[in-house]
Every structure is written in C-alpha cells, then in structure tokens.
Design a protein around this ligand. Structure first.
Ligand SMILES: Nc1ncnc2c1ncn2[C@@H]1O[C@H](COP(=O)(O)OP(=O)(O)O)[C@@H](O)[C@H]1O
Ligand SMILES: Nc1ccn([C@H]2C[C@H](O)[C@@H](COP(=O)(O)OP(=O)(O)O)O2)c(=O)n1
Ligand SMILES: [Mg+2]
Length: 237
C-alpha cells in the first residue's frame, strides 16, 4: 500500500510523454520518499517493455574508476551516463552565474550545494530521451541524496560502489592527465577526507536498504568490468 508523502514527482513528469499510462508508471509516480513504508518499484529489469525509469547511482572515491566503467556500461547496456562532475565542469565552462562558485568549491575539494547539482541532473535526464541512467559521482553526501529524493521524487534501483584503496586512488588521479584543477595532491587529500566523511554515509544508507553492489575496484579495467557485467546482466529482463 502506498502512503503518499511526496506531492509531486518531477521525474515521472519527465517521462509522461514516453511512458504508457500503465500500472508500472503509476507505481513509479507514487514512489514514496521520507517514509518508513517505502516500497521499491516492482523488480522490473531495465529492459522492461514498459520503459520505467531505471536509475543507478555510481559511487566510489576519486579515481576509483567510476567514469571508466560507466563508459563500458553505456556501450553494453545503452544507459545514459550522467557524471555530476562533468555537468558541474560544463557549467563552469559555460560562464554561468554559478560558474565561479562551482569552480572555487571544486578547487577546495568540497561539495557544491545540492540544489545546483540536482537541477543539472534533472535537466540532463529530461533532455536525454532515454529512460535508463547511470548517475556517476552522485549523491556525494546525505544532503545530495535527500535533495535528489525531494526534487526528483525517486530513489535509485541500485547503487554500484567501486571499493578502492586510497593509495591506488591517489596514484590514478595523479596520472589522469585531464587538466583538472582538482587533480593535484593537496586537493586529492581533501577529496578523500570528504569522501569518507560525507559519501560513505550515503553508501551505508543504501547498504542498509539492500541496494548496494560492491565492486573490488583493483585490477585491470576488463577484470573490473567482468564484475560489473554480472550485476547488470541480472537486471536485464
Ligand atoms: N582498473 C584500472 N586500473 C588502473 N587505472 C585505471 C583503472 N580504471 C581507470 N583507471 C584510470 O584511473 C584514472 C581515474 O579513472 P576514472 O574512471 O576517471 O575514475 P573516477 O571517475 O572514479 O574518478 C583514469 O586515468 C583512468 O584511465
Ligand atoms: N555530487 C557532486 C559531484 C561532484 N562534485 C564536485 C566535487 C568533486 O570533487 C568534483 C569532481 O567530481 P567528479 O565526480 O568528476 O570526480 P571523480 O570522478 O570522482 O574524480 O565535483 C560535487 O560537488 N557534487
Ligand atoms: Mg569521474
């Protein structure tokens, strides 16, 4: 039985035109948040004919391989990859009024205010034309998670967590060579602290709900993708 506490699901409205008005869509619409009686949507996989929105959060520390593995998932399973960091960097390059604030926050290894990031994700979802999403590097804090649930009226179907030792993450970030302002040793140290203090609680929250698939992120890209493949294949229906 659904107990309605969220008055509006903007994520559902993003799909209104493409999703047939059937039970599954309505189940999604009434996905409850902030409720102890949360019921997850039926266990449809992401290939369901009903095209119910399917959301995977992709989490892990800086350099754990999130973006690399997301690119492979896109190729194999047709997801749309939304990297919160990429969306924020695009906002900086577009010289928007929030650009300077975002740049300062990223340089400090801190988290950008949630409303800004959720709005960018929401716009990207609504303009994607797809219904299955990898949301990479988000939510990075409980504040991010709660803002997403409030604004989008949705929870992830599952969460991938790339578990990687800190020394390996530091090594990878320092050799990433993408010209990022935050890929230097001082900012990395701050980002790792922020990851432990703010992002691990989100992972624990979803673990308690049985939604986290933990992946050993040490190994070759292909070895890691084998673990990822097993998880996604189980949701293909
Ligand atoms: N399994 C791996 N082993 C070694 N290096 C990797 C592996 N996966 C990704 N990398 C490299 O590590 C760096 C960080 O990867 P990336 O996917 O950007 O991580 P994240 O998005 O989690 O920060 C990149 O330069 C990438 O090429
Ligand atoms: N949800 C998010 C995601 C990223 N950010 C900011 C802060 C992060 O350190 C930077 C870079 O994020 P990004 O996901 O691209 O970084 P990694 O791929 O983990 O190295 O962006 C944020 O403020 N909020
Ligand atoms: Mg990344």
């Amino acid at each position: 039985m659904w107990r309605r506490v969220a008055s509006h699901s903007s994520l559902f409205s993003a799909f209104k035109s493409s999703v047939p008005k059937n039970q599954a869509a309505y189940r999604f619409k009434f996905l409850e948040v902030f409720s102890t009686e949360i019921e997850t949507p039926a266990k449809e996989g992401f290939s369901s004919r009903e095209r119910v929105p399917f959301i995977t959060f992709v989490l892990g520390g800086p350099g754990s391989g999130k973006g690399t593995q997301c690119a492979k998932i896109v190729e194999s399973f047709g997801f749309t990859h939304l990297s919160a960091g990429d969306l924020l960097r695009k906002e900086i390059s577009s010289n928007s009024d929030k650009g300077a604030m975002i740049l300062d926050t990223i340089k400090e290894g801190k988290i950008v205010p949630s409303e800004v990031t959720v709005n960018l994700i929401q716009r990207a979802i609504e303009s994607s034309g797809n219904y299955k999403f990898l949301i990479d590097g988000f939510p990075r804090s409980e504040e991010n998670r709660i803002a997403f649930e409030r604004i989008m009226g949705a929870e992830p179907n599952f969460v991938l967590f790339f578990d990687c030792p800190e020394d390996e993450m530091v090594k990878r970030v320092l050799s990433r060579n993408q010209g990022r302002v935050d890929d230097n040793i001082d900012t990395i140290k701050k980002r790792l602290k922020v990851f432990v203090a703010l992002n691990l609680p989100v992972i624990n929250y979803y673990s308690e709900k049985g939604k986290v698939h933990k992946i050993n992120a040490v190994g070759t890209e292909d070895e890691i993708f084998e673990q990822v493949l097993r998880i996604f294949s189980a949701y293909e229906s």
